[in-house]
Each structure stands twice: as structure tokens, then as C-alpha cells.
Design a binder for this molecule. Structure first.
Ligand code: MG
Length: 162
């Protein structure tokens, strides 16, 4: 068994929707970044790569490469997961936290869990997502920033590199 930690943050700008966890959440702000800026999928991607001690998302998909401009983060997650599988690991479970002042994410969590599980060919029961506000304080509380964290547990396949 190995564990990986992924963490990411993206700033927000006016105009929705909010791309998060592979779905478009209705909102009046969106995340800004080189790719589609899906902060949750970036944290998941880095947690998986980290569990296998592979180069992180920034090294795998450099922002100097025009191919990564506005890139679908679900596609990047799938490619990273394939690298982790090639390295001889399968995912046991993911546990994630999203820090966003608005919108209320409770109604969208299950859709995100299913989207991430689908991209990784997991059961939704292997994917947990929790949402927190910034308590009205700091860059998250002022709705300037959304932060996501994820831990991933992976298990070496029989006869894998371990
Ligand atoms: Mg990112």
C-alpha cells in the first residue's frame, strides 16, 4: 500500500459555470488556469501520481506546452491514472476536500464522485468528496480562490513493481 497527497488552488473570475470535479456547477464565477482549471481533478491527479512517486501534474502537462491550453482535466486525469497503472498500482480509494465559499456544493457532490469514479474505472464508493466554506475569511472566504486537497491510497498489483 502507498499513499499520495494532492493539493491545488485556482483563483476565480466573474462568469460561470464553475468547472469542478469534472462537471459544470451553475455559478456566477469560474476558475482561471492554463487548462480548464478544474482544481479538484488536479488535486486527484497529483494524489495518484504522488502515490506512485511519479512526476507531478505540472511536469506531466507543462503549461509551456500549447497542447495543454484549456485542456480537459478529466483527460489529464485519465492519462495520469494510466501511468499509475503502468507503474503497477491500482487505486484503493480517494478522499477529497474542496474549500469554496460559494456555491453550495452538496447537491453536486454525488455527480462529481460518479464522474471521477468513471474516469478512473472505480466504484463511486471508492471516491469521497467533502465541501467546506472559508468561513467568510481569507481568499477562499472572499471567493477569490478555490482550494482542493485529495489523498489517494493505492495497492501494488500482484507481481507489480511495489
Ligand atoms: Mg491546477
Amino acid at each position: 500500500m502507498r499513499i499520495g497527497l494532492g493539493e491545488d488552488s485556482h483563483r476565480t473570475e466573474p462568469g460561470g459555470p464553475l468547472r469542478l470535479g469534472g462537471i459544470d456547477v451553475p455559478h456566477d464565477r469560474h476558475l482561471v488556469g492554463h487548462s480548464d482549471a478544474d482544481v479538484l481533478l488536479h488535486a486527484v491527479t497529483d494524489a495518484l501520481l504522488g502515490a506512485a512517486a511519479l512526476p507531478d501534474i505540472g511536469r506531466m502537462f507543462p503549461n509551456t506546452d500549447p497542447a495543454n491550453r484549456n485542456r480537459d482535466s478529466a483527460e489529464m486525469l485519465g492519462l495520469a491514472a494510466a501511468k499509475v497503472a503502468e507503474a503497477g498500482y491500482r487505486v484503493v480509494n480517494l478522499d477529497c476536500v474542496v474549500h469554496a465559499e460559494r456555491p453550495k456544493l452538496a447537491d453536486y457532490i454525488d455527480a462529481m464522485r460518479h464522474r471521477i469514479a468513471g474516469a478512473l474505472r472505480l466504484n463511486p464508493h471508492q471516491v469521497s468528496i467533502k465541501a467546506k466554506t472559508g468561513e467568510g475569511v481569507g481568499p477562499v472566504g472572499r471567493e477569490e480562490l478555490v482550494v482542493a486537497r485529495c489523498v489517494a491510497l493505492v495497492e501494488a498489483n500482484e507481481g507489480g513493481s511495489g
